[in-house]
Ligand binder design. Structure first.
Ligand SMILES: [Zn+2]
Ligand SMILES: [Zn+2]
Length: 806
């Protein structure tokens, strides 16, 4: 039996640690279980990643014992552990933290400091004469028996940690390490089961009715029972004592807040294009080998039906399916179609669910109750044991990249998981990412095309309007098109990728603008509550009437947002029903679905919105789409801005004309000759790709090189800058040592938004063609800087650019 366990703790440390397994745990401890281990004076949760007979050399004496075993069965099996190890290595992120990302929140146990009164302390409290604040704190501790230190500090603002410790030194308080009890537990309900009906004694009419009903159902929950019968307690207690019923508990699945509520979608016959494509995919599924496909299908070409049928086949094979969609809460239509086809055999994983709901969904997968998991990026960690297919819908979508903490790209992790599991991989998009199309070009993915919309519906006609020749917000062409669409009783979408009323407020007398004190951005004006808001942090103030600097009366809103656009449309077309969909109107739960339902039922004529309206909705009566400004994304300081613009324009244009009537699109721009706009106008993805890939090649940008971005953030401007310079020097020193051939360092320089949420930000970019060398360099640099950074209180984030090429 193994005596030593290797543990990855759920903390930001790169190393893993070894512990001795106490005698009593040796039989039950397995790889993939959570353990409680001592770590730097605390108890922390760790994940068992290996078991061995011998401790590693040189640490025998220092080994401490595992303190607790938290699971009765492994949460992670060895294929998942292999995937987590790959992620940790590729994204340069501690293994324990990676595993934590993959598990539902609520499984974390953390030790914390717990306060209780000593005998001495209780006596002092009883005697009285303590300082007022001390008395209050002691009373609270006395009342609860045990209270966490965190809670006391939060409750009593006048008390400090050092004060509490001084009371401990005086022998008035105990301060011990304890366990936080916040773990989410499965929820149980009481159920009543039918046992038999050999009637020995006569029973009442009500009792007979209840017994008959339970007999029909076999097993009913107590809550169902009390809905059906008035006060059923007494009768069922009686029936139980007679041995006709029995009671037990069963685990319940907390209700999901996302349900299919839109109109059911009939199962369509596949077109010949779809049939041809499916037969290719089925070959992959039957081969039980890694079979990666890139489906390039124009908007409205029927990709979803391909997904559904491929999954049906995977289920027949006795395997499981993972479906990734961008921000699932935004696409109730897709969810409806999956629910219609697969019913309860589907678990949902996404951040819109509550903690308990998410935990339950995860457990349904883990226990094998469902065969399909669908969700946003974290669904890639669904704990299936035998995955047959992984589908990434809208694979180009930027929301697959997590921008905080572990900066993984869910599409890339999907590629790796499918490869490790020998599964079929479907990446689908009307506008594939450059890297995926490049992979297809190189033969790494098999390219499948759906060049036509189903039923031969034409793609919409797109017109580009040069705004240099127009005055005002809306061009004559766009206004005329809206007017005509209203007269024809059709619906329109207006896309503007900026929310709020005015972009910023300016005093024309003294030039004052309002800046966020925490971020290097201007505040956006919101008319609804007359506030100035920062869209990056929570900062918000009441908008002033006059200029606070020169007392001028002429404060002006500059630039437009969706709120102002909505107002403008209402003024132009007062008889029309106008709706708005953006972050401000959808922050309440389900409000997003409400807006879509109103659009579906025809009670909105014109819907104004940000990129939320771009996501894969399908409304047959929408025949006109207007892009108010195509330039917002074009000027973003990122080498992917052209690609992003092309994708957005193509996707938003694709919302038009999905029904019987021909669709039309008007794009307003100050850059009418830009290839992103011209190619989107012609629905020419391949043309766009060829132009963009030339540009990337010329500048040696991804996919022709790899980027790793080192981001520094700190509270002190001076120290953060100093650390950035130090990192630059260290980087150069590593290169001089011949650490990474062909690696180029760009920067360090202040980040594009030099201050964000109160933190000063610097960055340095390493560019290289050889990924293993680049990773080695990044690891070396991070290790060199680790201690200094911690001392100076500057945080380093390593961001590996999502160009994963097989
Ligand atoms: Zn002023
Ligand atoms: Zn801010």
């Amino acid at each position: 039996m193994k005596e030593i366990v290797e543990v990855a703790v759920g903390l930001p440390v790169f190393k893993t640690f070894h512990y001795r397994i106490p005698e009593k745990m040796r039989e039950s401890l397995q790889v993939g279980m959570r353990v409680l281990v001592p770590f730097k004076g605390r108890k922390v949760t760790g994940f068992t990643i290996d078991l061995s007979d011998q401790p590693p050399k040189g640490v025998e004496e220092k080994l401490r014992e595992v303190e607790g075993l938290l699971d009765e069965a492994p949460l992670i099996d060895s294929p998942m552990l292999r995937l987590y190890r790959w992620i940790s290595d590729y994204y340069l992120y501690p293994l324990g933290e990676v595993i934590k990302t993959g598990l539902p929140p609520g499984l974390q146990l953390k030790s914390e400091l717990i306060l209780s009164l000593t005998q001495n302390g209780m006596e002092s409290l009883a005697r009285g004469g303590l300082e007022l604040i001390q008395e209050k704190v002691f009373k609270e501790i006395g009342r609860c028996g045990k209270v966490s230190l965190k809670k006391i500090l939060k409750h009593f603002l006048g008390v400090s940690k050092s004060q509490l410790f001084s009371w401990k030194r005086k022998g008035l308080l105990n301060i011990d390490a304890g366990i936080e009890g916040k773990e989410v537990k499965p929820k149980f309900e009481k159920v009543v089961q039918y046992q038999g009906d050999e009637l020995i004694q006569p029973i009442s009419k009500k009792q007979a009715e209840i017994l008959k009903w339970i007999k029909e159902k076999g097993e009913v929950s107590y809550s169902e029972l009390s809905k059906r019968f008035k006060s059923p307690s007494k009768p069922i207690q009686f029936l139980r004592t007679k041995g006709l019923l029995s009671f037990s508990r069963r685990e319940v699945c907390r209700d999901l807040s996302v349900r299919a509520e839109l109109k059911p979608y009939p199962k369509p016959e596949p077109t010949s294009d779809q049939d041809a494509m499916l037969s290719e995919i089925l070959k992959g599924i039957h081969s039980k080998r890694f079979s990666p496909f890139l489906i390039h299908g124009v908007t409205g070409s029927g990709k979803t039906e391909i997904y559904l049928r491929a999954i049906e086949e995977v289920l027949v094979q006795g395997q499981e399916a993972i479906v990734l969609v961008p921000e699932i809460s935004l696409t109730p239509q897709l969810l409806s179609r999956f629910k219609d086809r697969f019913g309860e055999n589907l678990a949902l994983l996404h951040s819109g669910l509550g903690r308990g709901e998410r935990y339950d969904q995860w457990r349904r997968i883990w226990r094998g109750d469902v065969k399909i998991a669908m969700g946003a990026r974290s669904a890639i960690f669904a704990p299936f044991k035998n995955v047959g297919i992984i589908i990434v819908d809208e694979e180009h979508d930027p929301s697959y990249k997590q921008e905080e903490k572990l900066k993984y790209h869910a599409r890339d992790v999907a590629v790796v998981r499918a490869k490790q599991a020998e599964a079929t991989l479907l990446l689908g998009s009307a506008t594939p990412s450059l890297e995926s199309f490049y992979n297809a070009e190189k033969g790494k993915f098999k390219l499948l095309n759906l060049p036509e919309r189903i039923e031969g519906k034409p793609l919409p006609k797109v017109e580009v309007v040069d705004m240099k020749k127009e005055g005002g917000l809306l061009s004559e062409k766009l206004k005329a098109a809206l007017k005509k669409n209203i007269e024809d009783k059709k619906q329109s979408l207006l896309f503007l990728n900026r929310r709020g009323f005015a972009n910023f407020i300016l005093c024309p007398d003294c030039g004052l603008t309002f800046k966020c004190p925490n971020c290097s951005v201007t505040l956006t004006y919101h008319l609804g509550d007359r506030s100035l808001q920062c869209h990056y942090c929570d900062y918000r103030i009441q908008a002033p009437g006059d200029c606070p600097k020169c007392q001028g009366h002429r404060l002006q809103g500059m630039g437009i947002g969706t709120e102002r656009l909505e107002q403008e449309i209402r003024t132009l077309f007062p008889e029309t029903q106008v709706g708005r969909m953006d972050h401000d109107t959808t922050s309440r739960r389900r409000s997003h679905l409400q807006i879509l339902k109103r659009l579906e039922s025809g009670s909105i004529d014109i819907l104004v919105g940000t990129q939320m309206i771009v996501k894969g909705h399908d409304f047959p009566n929408v025949t006109f789409v207007g892009v108010v400004s195509a330039d917002t994304s074009l000027h973003f300081p990122d080498f992917r801005s052209s690609e992003r613009t092309f994708q957005l324009l193509t996707q938003v244009a694709g919302r038009a004309g999905r029904g019987e009537v021909f669709g039309e699109v008007v794009i307003q721009t100050f850059n009418p000759d830009h290839y992103s706009i011209l190619r989107a106008k012609d629905h020419d993805y391949v043309g766009f790709y060829q132009e963009e890939i030339q540009f990337r090649k010329a500048l040696e940008y991804p996919p022709f090189s790899r980027f790793i971005n080192f981001r520094l953030a700190g509270n002190s401007e001076k120290r953060t800058k100093a650390m950035a310079e130090e990192m630059g020097n260290n980087g150069q020193a590593l290169l001089k040592k011949g650490y990474g051939k062909g690696i180029e360092i760009l920067g360090p320089s202040a980040a594009p938004f030099a201050k964000m949420r109160g933190k000063f930000r610097w960055q340095m970019l390493a560019k290289g063609k050889n990924p293993p060398l680049l990773h080695q360099f990044a690891k070396g640099l991070a290790t060199r800087m680790e201690v200094q950074l911690r001392e100076k209180g500057v945080h380093l984030d390593i961001d590996v650019d999502p160009v994963f090429i097989l």
